[in-house]
Design a protein around this ligand. Structure first.
Ligand SMILES: [Zn+2]
Length: 307
């Protein structure tokens, strides 16, 4: 009997210990939550914030997010100010000393896991300023649209988890190696698939396409928006029609979070086709992961050019 009680107590102690060891992580976007789960495995519990169908610049905040951030050991985020409509305010409300909100870096402290560290940033302006009301003051923040950048994201997440939970550093290293191998194989396949997109002229709704252009070789000539976050005016739309006709642009890329009206109208006026892409995982029902959303995007682009 005594032995049985001891066994039960030991099991209980182990389960408490296992629970205490679980790293509590909040990830801003669904694909970052996906990669966090791949790297964290059973050592980490991951809570996501954005749903995937939203505009990443305009995520709707809920009080429960501040509670999650208050209880979290770390927050995994895209960075380059992409989350500035919601993360600094949530961190302020969360009052977690490990994650302090910051104007330009989003978050400062040991719990901050910035996935943009080491990313080759495109469209970087000469000075960091929001004076013009730009949504991209630190350069183009949409680097997740280049599937190759997933390798750097995964590495940053693994480094963050190892820093916060050194006892499981070996696990994170192993999981990173396995995930990187899987991701690199998927990326190589996508690169092959994307070959017919090279040199294809296109316009996109938002200026989030630079990284997708770098991966596919698509030549993005203009955006439907006047500038990031500023909707088009009728003169701008007319100018786009002229530009598309003059340059033989036959592809309009619409990010799924934007209304179809402008893209469809432009396609109608010019005979172009529309490809609807996601900028996050879960933008579509069949894209729950970082890899699935990249595959969806390349297939949508190919379908729109008839390949
Ligand atoms: Zn943007």
């Amino acid at each position: 009997m005594k032995r049985m009680i001891l066994t039960v107590l030991a099991a209980l102690a182990l389960s408490i210990q296992a629970d205490a060891a679980a790293l509590k992580i909040v990830a801003t976007f669904p694909e970052l939550a996906d990669i966090s789960k791949e790297i964290g495995g059973s050592n980490v519990s991951v809570t996501g914030i954005a749903r995937g169908t939203e505009d990443p610049h305009q995520i709707v905040m809920k009080p429960s997010f501040a509670t999650k951030l208050n209880e979290a050991d770390g927050v995994v985020y895209n960075g380059l100010t992409l989350e500035h409509s919601f993360i600094p305010a949530l961190l302020e409300a969360a009052a977690n000393a490990r994650m302090v909100p910051d104007t330009f870096q989003t978050c400062v402290g040991p719990g901050c896991i910035d996935c943009s560290a080491g990313i080759h940033i495109l469209e970087k302006p000469a000075d960091l300023s929001r004076a013009q009301g730009e949504l991209h003051p630190a350069g183009n923040p949409h680097y997740e649209l280049n599937p190759e950048n997933g390798v750097i994201v995964a590495k940053n997440i693994a480094e963050g988890f190892s820093r916060l939970d050194p006892a499981h550093a070996e696990d994170y290293k192993k999981n990173l190696a396995a995930y990187t191998a899987k991701l690199k194989a998927a990326v190589a396949e996508l690169k092959k698939m994307a070959a017919p997109l090279k040199g294809v002229k296109a316009i996109s709704h938002h200026a989030d396409i630079a990284y997708l252009a770098a991966f596919t070789g698509i030549d993005f000539v203009d955006t439907v928006e006047l500038k990031p976050g500023v909707p088009p005016t009728p003169p701008h739309l007319s100018k786009l029609v002229d530009e598309m006709k003059a340059q033989q642009v036959k592809l309009v890329v619409r990010e799924s979070q934007y209304s179809a009206n402008d893209a469809d109208w432009l396609a109608e006026q010019t005979g172009a086709k529309v490809a609807v892409i996601g900028v996050m995982a879960h933008a579509f029902a069949d894209t729950p992961t970082f890899i699935a959303f990249q595959e969806h995007n390349i297939k949508a682009l190919l379908a729109a050019i008839g390949k």
